[in-house]
Design a protein around this ligand. Structure first.
Ligand SMILES: [Zn+2]
Length: 432
């Protein structure tokens, strides 16, 4: 079956010919097409999933809340203007988490965790139906208009569906990513500005968490300053008035000034956020009480309490992620064994958890995990997971050998977007 960012069939055509119509105008980067042994299953009235037959039931179950998400998004930011919202779950080589192609989000199979814990990615791609697809960044220098709005919006959708505490965990994970990114960009501080200058560069090389997380925290600051009611109304009007139009940072700032800042006599450091480097001091403080409880357990473990005695019952994927991100990133053999025996990290089927654990395993020379690391890297093609693992491996001499060995085997299964990044990390040269 062939599907694309347009009206789609739900069954294979007898003669292999497919026709598509797309009534809404879209920019060229949102045109996408997929062909394969695809089947379709509806989720709700306007939502459904395409994937290969062996994955169909798993995917439909994982994505069961999609229709509810769409209703929540509409309550927040106005009517969904694309008629249907379907998702295609792709093979593992898909290099991105998701791509918000209109009417048909393209998604990585790594969100199929079995417990619906990674569906904020769907909220993200769905949010692009407003920020990105309806009001589109005019150039990649304005990328934050797509991604910052979308991350902000994604967390609002998740809050609507699963409550404030859930959304705060996502925000705190994002905040930590932002801190790491700013630190990582110390050598090119201008890339920490929201409005970028990509002259003479490949835009993909400068895409970082800045557009996503600094952008989202900028909007969160505006929301907190203006109050949620006023800010939501402002955003709804912004999307309505600029539907199906491109948007530059300058036009947005002008609109923001007139319709939110001046209108409500707000005192906000907009220029510092958009054109300044780093993180302004009035960034929101995130206080996830669930993560505080995780911090307590980290404290107990690092001072000698065995892992099996920690209070981890009922922890979600996000709590485990916070745990793994905040324990020391180099551990001794006993500590590694203690954690692994109690929590089975090496055998985790959750890609987010596995990837964080494998980084610690590599940093710490925990060779017991090597077979699983190899299995992971040869069965997952999402660049977000590949990059930190290869980077960690090449830091240490034995790891370098392992990286080359695995990459040789894994590379043919990776997408070009992934190989072009990983080639550079491991210094790969194609054999002629
Ligand atoms: Zn996005």
């Amino acid at each position: 079956m062939v599907v694309m960012s347009a009206t789609n069939p739900t069954e294979k055509s007898a003669d292999g010919v497919y026709n598509f119509t797309m009534d809404q105008p879209i920019p060229s980067y949102l045109i996408a097409l997929a062909a394969g042994d695809l089947v379709f299953k509806p989720i709700g009235n306007r939502t459904g999933v395409y994937t290969e037959p062996s994955m169909l039931d798993k995917c439909a179950d994982e994505l069961a809340d999609t229709e509810k998400m769409l209703e929540a998004a509409e309550r927040l930011y106005g009517p969904y203007k694309w008629e249907r919202y379907d998702i295609i779950v792709l093979p593992p080589s898909f290099p991105f988490g998701g791509m918000e192609n209109p009417r048909l989000t393209f998604a990585t199979p790594t969100i199929i965790a079995g417990d619906r814990s990674l569906t904020s990615l769907i909220a993200h791609e769905m949010a692009h139906s407003w920020s990105g697809n309806l009001v589109t960044n005019a150039t990649w220098n304005d990328f934050w208009l797509n991604e910052g709005f979308t991350v902000y919006f994604e967390r609002r959708i998740m809050e609507e569906l699963y409550g404030k505490e859930y959304a705060e965990m996502l925000a705190q994970l994002g905040y930590q990513d932002l801190l790491n990114e700013v630190e990582g960009l110390a050598g090119s501080p201008d890339d920490t500005k929201l409005k970028l200058d990509l002259s003479d560069r490949n835009p993909d090389d400068a895409m970082s968490e800045i557009a996503y997380e600094k952008g989202a925290f900028f909007l969160r600051m505006l929301e907190e300053t203006a109050g949620r009611v006023k800010f939501d109304e402002f955003l709804r009007n912004y999307f309505t008035e600029h539907s199906f139009q491109p948007m530059t940072t300058e036009i947005f700032l002008d609109y923001l000034d007139k319709n939110l800042v001046k209108k409500n006599n707000l005192k906000v450091n907009v220029d510092e956020w958009v054109h300044g480097r780093g993180i302004p001091s009035n960034i929101s403080m995130i206080n996830s009480s669930k993560f505080k409880a995780v911090d307590t357990e980290i404290g107990r473990w690092t001072t000698g309490t065995p892992a099996k005695d920690l209070a981890t019952k009922g922890w979600s994927t996000h709590e485990w992620m916070h745990f793994l991100k905040n324990i020391p990133q180099v551990l001794n053999k006993n500590q590694l064994k203690d954690l692994d025996n109690s929590f089975g990290f090496t055998n985790s089927g959750n890609a987010e958890i596995a990837c964080l654990w494998f980084q610690i395993a590599i940093n710490s020379g925990y060779t017991e995990a090597n077979p699983k690391i190899e299995a992971f890297l040869t069965s997952v093609g999402r660049r977000k997971f590949l990059t930190p693992l290869y980077k960690a491996m090449i830091q240490i001499p034995e790891g370098k050998k392992l990286a080359n060995k695995i990459y040789e085997k894994a590379r043919p299964g990776y997408h070009f977007v992934a190989t072009s990044t990983i080639d550079r990390i491991v210094g790969y040269q194609e054999k002629k």
